[in-house]
Design a protein around this ligand. Structure first.
Ligand SMILES: Cc1cc2nc3c(=O)[nH]c(=O)nc-3n(C[C@H](O)[C@H](O)[C@H](O)COP(=O)(O)OP(=O)(O)OC[C@H]3O[C@@H](n4cnc5c(N)ncnc54)[C@H](O)[C@@H]3O)c2cc1C
Length: 304
């Protein structure tokens, strides 16, 4: 078993066998010297919260492929204890190129992959695989599984994927990703716990009770910030009336907006954990303060 010096497994499938709940944080590769300094400080501060794993996004079109690996390596140097999870998409790569990438990442000590289809670069239309590439995440998952060197996670969409005919048809695809070899699902951001619980109930009713899915938590800074996030990264994101009622009137007051946004974020995370979610995956956006506040509040309540 691959372990850190403290005996904690570095493979997420082995970690899950030991933990009823996991705590994890997501980062993106920094660009430029100033961003690198902030990234390094964020990794160090977040590591003090004792996460089980840290994840690193992977840019569309392979543009930040080298950046992802360099950031993962820096992360390992700064935070030796948690497992690392490398996001990986099918965008712009043939199967042979993906196999080469897995060799490179394995040689760099990466043991966990979040296997994704990915999205085409903005404005370039619908996703289409390159000739000789993978069309869907389940194909990549099956390939990584037969490679055998990585524990595999997959994406889950409590509100349904934007391209799916219905959320149930997308959840059926999610079940297919577990069948193909994923040991963990990590959700897209969402703001209404009932979406996650509906997905969980649907999977259970279909007999997929063992599929472990950890909700992603987005610490929200203000109403305009949330609208911008939805427009840029998450077009399907539902905006519950309660969030609008609380945040919209505070839009001109950054401090009050932030306090209210964090409070709503903690409420959402609390509801999810209280309903049995197997941990949390927090978006850091490469800033430590908001995620630290959320985790500290939930630990005070002994929910994490
Ligand atoms: C936790 C998380 C992390 C992410 N990180 C990144 C990142 O680092 N970089 C990045 O570029 N993107 C990232 N994304 C975004 C992701 O790449 C997009 O949402 C993408 O559109 C879908 O990826 P997927 O792996 O879910 O695709 P798939 O599972 O392939 O699904 C894509 C669509 O096809 C349908 N479908 C799935 N399988 C089949 C099948 N066999 N036959 C027919 N239809 C099918 C699905 O219902 C869905 O509508 C992330 C998403 C999540 C939730």
């Amino acid at each position: 078993m691959s372990q850190t010096v403290t005996g904690i497994p570095r493979r997420i499938d082995q970690l899950l066998a030991q933990r009823a709940k996991t705590l994890s944080f997501e980062f993106f590769p920094p660009k430029g010297d100033k961003a690198q300094i902030l990234f390094d400080a964020c990794v160090e501060q977040v590591a003090e919260l004792g996460p089980d794993f840290l994840s690193m996004t992977y840019g569309a079109g392979g543009s930040t492929r080298a950046g992802s690996l360099a950031a993962l390596q820096k992360m390992r140097a700064l935070a030796p204890r948690p497992a690392l999870l490398a996001h990986l998409t099918c965008v712009g790569s043939t199967r042979a190129e993906m196999a080469g990438l897995l060799d490179e990442w394995s040689a760099a000590g990466i043991e966990n992959v979040l296997a994704l289809r990915g999205d085409p670069p903005r404005g370039s239309g619908a996703f289409a695989p390159v000739p000789g590439g993978y069309a869907y995440a389940d194909e990549l998952i099956a390939a990584v599984r037969s490679d055998g060197r990585f524990a595999i996670s997959c994406a889950a969409f409590p509100e349904g994927h934007p391209e799916a005919a219905s959320r149930e048809s997308d959840w059926q695809r999610l079940a297919g990703k577990f069948a193909a070899g994923a040991c963990l699902g990590i959700t897209q951001a969402f703001l209404d716990a009932t979406d996650y619980l509906a997905m969980r109930r649907w999977l259970d009713a279909q007999g997929h009770t063992g599929s472990r899915i950890v909700p992603s938590i987005l610490p929200v800074a203000s109403w305009p910030w949330l609208l911008n996030f939805k427009q840029r990264f998450c077009p399907n994101l539902g905006l519950p009336e309660r969030w609008r009622t609380v945040l919209e009137p505070l839009a001109g007051d950054a401090l009050a907006s932030r306090a209210a946004g964090i409070s709503l974020t903690i409420d959402l995370a609390r509801d999810l954990l209280a309903a049995g979610a197997p941990g949390l995956h927090l978006y850091t956006l490469n800033k430590p303060m908001a995620v630290a506040e959320v985790v500290t509040a939930l630990r005070r309540e002994r929910l994490l």
